[in-house]
Design a protein around this ligand. Structure first.
Ligand code: CAA
Length: 379
């Protein structure tokens, strides 16, 4: 226990740790190779309540705080970051816009489905020519009677191939740039919605990612989330919470790599001594451990600030920026301890290295996090 967590948090952490060791660790290698996430494990995660941690009880969730979410995310990420991505998507990108801007009817319709695992909601912000510059999207939603007609293409959409719905951000007033974007709930089975090919990604291969193509998709006005032209702000606020989730993935994955490296250097002998008896190795481990702990404190602090009801734009960006960069350093350093074995797919550290690489990219690159941090400092 530490200053950030109470006994309930720690009990939940233990539950998630047991689950990760029992259900995720044994399959992590295979699901990366086979590029699928088993439905049975997804359903078990739903039964454990992992998808509704932050969803209020009246909408079928557990109504827990951000720190509870952090405990679960960190533990799952130690063994299988792909599983944590599902939890992250459900608790932040998939439900935060609803919690921030949804009507009572929309919350009642969608949140129980997310909490129970019945529906996965994808987050459709990025486009082929609008990544970091999200406000320059060209997907268009035009009013037509009681509906909007949406046309455009979203890319790198996590979970799109198995999503039941997609939260689509589209221009309703293109002249106004970021201030002319609205958010729509799009049922993936609607006529005109299709998905692209599964991206052949470097890591996190168990979770399918693809384009979402929208061709004259007719969406009732009742499926607009929040007010017209305020979608960008909803997206930005959602990403703040999402970035805490990526921070959790980073510290969890890095700890997973450290655990593997510590075990390895205690066993492996070269020049007649265990690797851990070399001071050069000890210094490297001490440096990585210190950075990892600093990253962990930034992530815990961002969640704590969220629970205190404070604006976390800066805290979340700092947590995501530092934790993801640190994770790359830790995983690379740990892989180095394995020498040639670290480069072999027979050792899990190779997968962790690939899984980690996107952490400084998705939900806002490190460069974007620095823009957000500086923007908050200098406003
Ligand atoms: N809260 C409230 N309002 C906010 C806000 C926030 N966090 N961030 C911005 N706004 C407001 C601004 O105040 C501004 O309004 P005013 O002019 O009235 O002040 C308005 O929104 C526009 O903001 P900016 O002028 O700052 O917008 P910008 O176009 O310059 O972009 C940016 C800012 C921070 C670079 C933003 O575009 C950004 O975050 N880009 C990164 C996008 C990103 O993270 N993409 C990840 C996609 S999701 C994903 O990766 C998940 C997956 O599935 C893999």
């Amino acid at each position: 226990m530490n200053a950030f967590f109470n006994e309930d948090h720690e009990a939940l952490r233990q539950l998630a740790r047991d689950f990760a060791e029992r259900e995720l660790e044994p399959i992590a290698h295979e699901i990366d190779e086979e590029e699928y996430f088993p439905v049975e494990v997804f359903n078990e995660m739903a039964e454990m309540g992992f998808f509704g941690l932050k969803i209020p009880e009246e909408y079928g969730g557990s109504g827990l705080d951000a720190r509870a979410y952090v405990c679960v995310m960190e533990e799952l990420s130690k063994k299988c970051v792909s599983a944590a991505v599902l939890v992250s998507a459900a608790n932040t990108l998939g439900c935060e816009p609803l919690l921030l801007a949804g009507t009572e009817e929309q919350k009642n319709k969608y949140l129980p489905q997310v909490a129970s695992g019945e529906a996965f909601i994808a987050f459709g912000l990025t486009e082929p020519n609008a990544g970091s510059d999200a406000g320059s999207m060209t997907t268009r939603a035009e009013e037509d009677g009681d509906d909007y007609i949406i046309n455009g293409r979203k890319c790198f959409i996590t979970g799109a191939p198995f999503a039941k719905y997609c939260m689509v951000f589209a221009k309703t007033d293109p002249e106004k740039g970021a201030k002319g974007i609205s958010c729509f709930f799009v049922d993936m089975s609607l006529p005109g919605v299709s998905i692209g090919k599964n991206e052949d990604k470097m890591g996190q291969r168990a979770i399918a990612t693809s384009d979402v193509i929208l061709e004259d998709v007719r969406v009732p006005k009742s499926e607009m989330l929040g007010e017209v032209n305020l979608g960008f702000i909803t997206a930005m606020k959602t990403l703040s919470m999402g970035r805490i989730g990526v921070g959790c993935q980073s510290i969890g994955l890095a700890q997973g790599a450290m655990d593997l490296a510590v075990k390895h250097i205690k066993e492996r002998k070269q020049f007649g001594r265990r690797l851990c008896d070399f001071q050069a190795i000890q210094f490297e481990m001490a440096k990585l451990e210190t950075k990892l702990n600093a990253a962990r404190l930034l992530v815990y602090n961002a969640a704590f600030e969220k629970d205190m009801g404070n604006d976390v734009t800066k805290a979340a960006a700092m947590a995501k920026f530092f934790a993801s960069e640190t994770c790359l350093e830790v995983v690379s350093g740990c892989l180095q301890m394995f020498g040639g074995y670290g480069y072999s797919k027979e050792y899990p550290i190779e997968r962790l290295y690939r899984d980690a690489r996107v952490l400084t990219i998705y939900e806002g690159t490190s460069q974007i996090q620095q823009i957000v941090i500086a923007g908050q400092m200098l406003k």
